[in-house]
Design a protein around this ligand. Structure first.
Ligand SMILES: Cc1ncc(C[n+]2csc(CCOP(=O)(O)OP(=O)(O)O)c2C)c(N)n1
Ligand SMILES: [Mg+2]
Length: 316
C-alpha cells in the first residue's frame, strides 16, 4: 500500500494540532495530569502505523500520539483521556498518555515503566506465530528504553522465536535530560540490536516516506515468517520531555539543526516539489483545526468518572 500524500499529511497535521491543544490545556491550567511533548515525532508515529492491517496490534510509547490516531482513537477520546473524563479510554483513571489503550481496536495501553510495552508486543507476536495467524505486532520505544535489560531480553526472545514484531526505536537524542552520549557506551542502536540477533535498519526519523518504506518492508517480512525487525529512527524531541520540562539543557544549535528538518515542513517541501495541491493542504489545516476545536468542546463537556466506580478494573 503506497502512501497517499494528502492522507499522510492530514494525520501528521492532526497529530501536531492535537499535541498543541493538549499543551495549551496544560499551560492554561486546564490540564488534569501530565502532557508529554510530541513535537518532532509526527513522522515516526504516523509513518509506521500506516503500514498495518486492522488485525495487527500496536503498543505505542508516550511520544506516539500519531499512532493512536492512525489506529482509530479519536481526538475526543484522547482529549477526554487527558482531561481525566469518564468516556476516555482509561475511564478517567489516568490523565497522561499512559494507560491509553483499547484492546477492541488492538491498541495496547502504554505502561510508563520503560520499555514495558516491548515484551508485551513480543508476547503478542509469539501468540500470532503459534496460532498461525497472519498478524503483526508493532511497538515503539526510545533511545533510553533501548539501553535497558528488558530491551535485550525482548529482542533475544523475539529473535529466538522468529516473532512477527516490528520495533521502532525513536532515537530523539535524549532520555529525559540525559543525552545519548551520556547513557550509551555504544550509541549505535541498530548495531546493538543486530548483535542480539534481530535484523535492524537505520532510518531518517523525520522522513515519513522513508519510515513508511522501512516499516512496510519490516511488516511484510514479519508477516511472511521473516521474524522481527528493529527500525532505528533518528529524530529529535523538539520540546521538553513533557510540558513541565523547560529543556534548558538542550543546546540551541542542536534544536536549530533539527528545526530545519521538521517532519511536517520536510514533507511539505517534498509535496511542493512534486506539485501536490497546496490549497488542499491549507484546507486540511482548517479542517483539522476545527476537528480539534470540536473535540476540545466535547471533551470538556464529558462527565467526570463516578467515584462509585473507583474499584472497577482493579483485580487485586
Ligand atoms: C523504569 C523507569 N524509569 C524512569 C521512568 C521515567 N521516565 C519516563 S520517560 C523517561 C525517558 C525515556 O527516554 P527514551 O526512552 O529515550 O524516550 P523519550 O522520552 O526520549 O521519547 C523516563 C526516565 C520510567 N517511566 N520508568
Ligand atoms: Mg529519547
Amino acid at each position: 500500500m503506497d502512501l497517499d500524500p494528502l492522507v499522510t499529511y492530514r494525520w501528521m497535521r492532526l497529530t501536531r494540532t492535537l499535541d498543541d491543544a493538549i499543551r495549551t490545556l496544560w499551560l492554561t491550567g486546564q490540564g488534569v495530569g501530565g502532557a508529554v511533548d510530541q513535537r518532532g515525532h509526527e513522522a515516526v508515529s504516523v509513518g509506521p502505523a500506516l503500514c498495518l492491517e486492522p488485525d495487527d496490534v500496536v503498543a505505542p510509547m508516550h511520544r506516539d500520539l500519531g499512532a493512536y490516531l492512525v489506529r482509530g482513537m479519536t481526538p475526543h477520546e484522547l482529549l477526554a483521556h487527558q482531561l481525566g473524563r469518564a468516556d476516555g479510554p482509561s475511564r478517567g483513571r489516568d490523565a497522561n498518555i499512559h494507560g491509553c489503550g483499547d484492546l477492541d481496536r488492538n491498541i495496547i495501553g502504554f505502561v510508563s515503566h520503560l520499555p514495558q510495552s516491548l515484551p508485551v508486543a513480543v508476547g503478542a507476536a509469539m501468540a500470532f506465530r503459534l496460532r498461525r495467524e497472519p498478524r503483526v505486532a508493532m511497538t515503539w520505544t526510545g533511545d533510553g528504553g533501548s539501553i535497558t535489560g528488558l530491551y535485550a531480553e525482548s529482542l533475544n526472545l523475539a529473535a529466538l522465536d522468529n516473532a512477527p514484531v516490528v520495533i521502532v526505536v525513536e532515537n530523539n537524542q535524549y532520555a529525559y535530560s540525559t543525552p545519548v552520549g551520556r547513557h550509551s557506551a555504544n550509541p549505535d542502536i541498530a548495531a546493538r540490536s543486530r548483535a542480539l540477533g534481530v535484523h535492524s535498519v537505520d532510518v531518517d526519523g523525520n522522513d515519513v516516506e522513508a519510515l513508511h518504506q522501512a516499516s512496510r518492508a519490516a511488516v511484510n517480512r514479519a508477516r511472511n515468517g521473516g521474524g522481527p525487525t528493529v527500525i532505528v529512527a533518528e529524530t529529535m524531541r523538539m520540546l521538553g520531555h513533557a510540558v513541565h520540562d523547560g529543556f534548558e539543557y538542550v543546546p540551541d544549535e542542536l534544536l536549530e539543526h533539527w528545526h530545519e528538518r521538521d517532519p511536517l515542513a520536510t514533507f511539505e517541501r517534498r509535496l511542493d516539489q512534486r506539485g501536490v495541491d497546496v490549497d488542499a493542504r491549507r484546507t486540511i489545516d482548517r479542517e483539522v483545526a476545527a476537528e480539534v476545536e470540536a473535540a476540545l468542546t466535547s471533551a470538556k463537556a464529558s462527565p467526570w468518572p463516578d467515584p462509585a466506580t473507583v474499584t472497577d478494573g482493579v483485580w487485586a
